[in-house]
Design a protein around this ligand. Structure first.
Ligand code: SAH
Ligand code: SF4
Ligand code: F3S
Length: 436
């Protein structure tokens, strides 16, 4: 029987969040209504992540639990990176799952659902690479003012610890015309901020040399769109952060002064073993150049501690890099061996307690730095996109260009507009401000 309602739970990164919105769009077109209540849905989709072992364990736990429920029969689908990583083997552990649909097969959702409904049999589709243009315009967006726009899918960098090149396939850039049309449509619908998405957005166009357009060229085209107030991008590989891109951040009014610039490790030996294709010195030179060209740039990073063979001295190089660069945001992880990656073949030789201790030390350092960085900003006037009322209804909540939340007193009529706010304090990671 055709399902009437669906529920989607998303794990992992922004790429998955956007894929969820696209799937919700496909299902809405089919006539299904979305529900936030898992128990009421006829179709359940789990859009999964494989990046670390914990991410997989969370979903496997949840799916296992569903199998033990003996209530009415519902259709259960597993999508996302774990679908590509595990393929049909998922059915062995989870016989109650009806379909497995990989990251490169989202456009097949309708067909696969039809097949499951007509045959009552399990289905799996997990293509290695991405080719289809998705119906992004029909995506059911979660946010009324900020939207994700996919510009490149997949990853060709093959860092030795990472599953993404295997779960999302090789890099495929999206044609510029299609991106510009989508962004124009979003602006018309009232969106104020666009985040360009890809595992390596700044590799954009490199797989299509005949286009003669690279990432910064796309940014210049986007900036011409009338009414588009803000553009961000996530995420970048240091190797592809060019002077042209830095100058675009300086020169384009729409482009926010915030760059996620993932270091991963502070030792050149570890970076080589990670296949990050830059040395510590090259990375530091790029940061210095970026800060010279865009002095007020906010910086983010990802770091992994406890990579195979990492010594205490090498960890200290990561710690010192954090001290020296003083990132505004940092996502810090302990190394997790992933099946199918080159690093999985090496002994996971940093003991768990050592990994955790390094993680704690780095986290404590970053917490201190981020507090100091926030205090330095007190007194500044900043541009804020007013998003909604805060949980505490007295305040409005907005987002700065450098990706910080601000709360301030103001009228509902400001929601969806760009305002200037003077920062007068902060509580944890949120600024307190006064509307000017
Ligand atoms: N393409 C992005 C990030 C993708 S995954 C980039 O290159 O920066 C997000 C982060 O997860 C990575 O930056 C890395 O820090 C972390 N990560 C990836 N694989 C991991 C693993 N096996 N163990 C621990 N952290 C990992
Ligand atoms: Fe993973 Fe490296 Fe690709 Fe980022 S660049 S997705 S860390 S392989
Ligand atoms: Fe996870 Fe896949 Fe994103 S592994 S982090 S959902 S690309």
């Amino acid at each position: 029987m055709e399902p009437k309602t669906f529920y989607i739970r998303t794990y992992g990164c922004q790429m998955n969040e956007l894929d969820t919105e696209v799937m919700a769009g496909i299902l809405a077109k089919r006539g299904l209504a979305q529900t936030e209540e898992e128990n009421k849905a006829d179709l359940l989709i789990f859009n999964t992540c494989s990046i670390r072992d914990l991410a997989e364990r969370k979903v496997m736990g949840k799916l296992g639990q569903l199998g033990r429920q003996t209530k009415r029969k519902r259709i259960i689908g597993v999508t996302g990176c774990m679908a590509n990583a595990k393929k049909e083997s998922l059915f062995q552990k989870l016989p109650h799952v009806d379909f497995v649909l990989g990251t490169n097969n989202i456009h097949d959702l309708d067909t696969v659902l039809d097949e499951v409904l007509h045959t009552g049999e399990q289905r799996v589709r997990t293509d290695e690479d991405f080719y289809e243009e998705l119906d992004y315009v029909a995506a059911k967006r979660q946010d009324p003012y900020k939207a994700y726009v996919s510009i490149i899918r997949g990853c060709d960098k093959y860092c030795t610890y990472c599953v993404v090149p295997y779960t999302r396939g090789k890099e495929v850039s999206r044609v510029q015309k299609s991106i510009l049309e989508e962004v124009k449509d979003l602006v018309q619908k009232g969106y104020r901020e666009i985040t360009l998405l890809g595992q390596n957005v700044n590799s954009y166009g490199k797989d299509q040399p005949q286009w003669g357009a690279l990432f910064h060229d796309l940014l210049y085209e986007l900036d011409k769109i009338e009414g588009l107030t803000r553009v961000r991008f996530l995420t970048s590989h240091p190797v592809d952060i060019t002077r042209n891109l830095m100058e675009a951040i300086r020169d384009l009014p729409s482009l926010c002064e915030h760059v996620h610039f993932p270091l991963q490790a502070g030792s050149s030996r570890v970076l080589r073993k990670m296949h990050r294709i830059y040395t510590k010195e090259e990375y530091f030179e790029k940061i210095a150049l970026l800060r010279e060209i865009v002095p007020n740039v906010a910086l983010g990073t990802d770091m992994i501690v406890g990579f195979p063979t990492e010594t205490e001295e090498e960890f200290c190089e990561t710690y010192e890099a954090m001290c020296e660069i003083r990132y505004d945001n940092a996502f810090l992880y302990t190394y997790s061996p992933r099946k199918g990656t080159p690093a999985k073949r090496w002994a996971d030789d940093v003991p768990e307690e050592v990994k955790n201790d390094r993680h704690q030390r780095l986290l404590a350092l970053h917490t201190q730095i981020s507090v100091e960085k926030m205090q330095e900003k007190i007194g500044e006037k900043v541009e804020v996109l007013v998003e909604r009322r805060n949980k505490d209804a007295r305040y409005l909540k907005g987002l700065t260009r450098c990706w910080r939340n601000v709360i301030f007193v103001g009228d509902d009529s400001l929601i969806g507009t760009i305002q200037t706010v003077k920062l007068h304090g902060h509580s944890h990671h949120t600024f307190l401000g006064n509307l000017l």
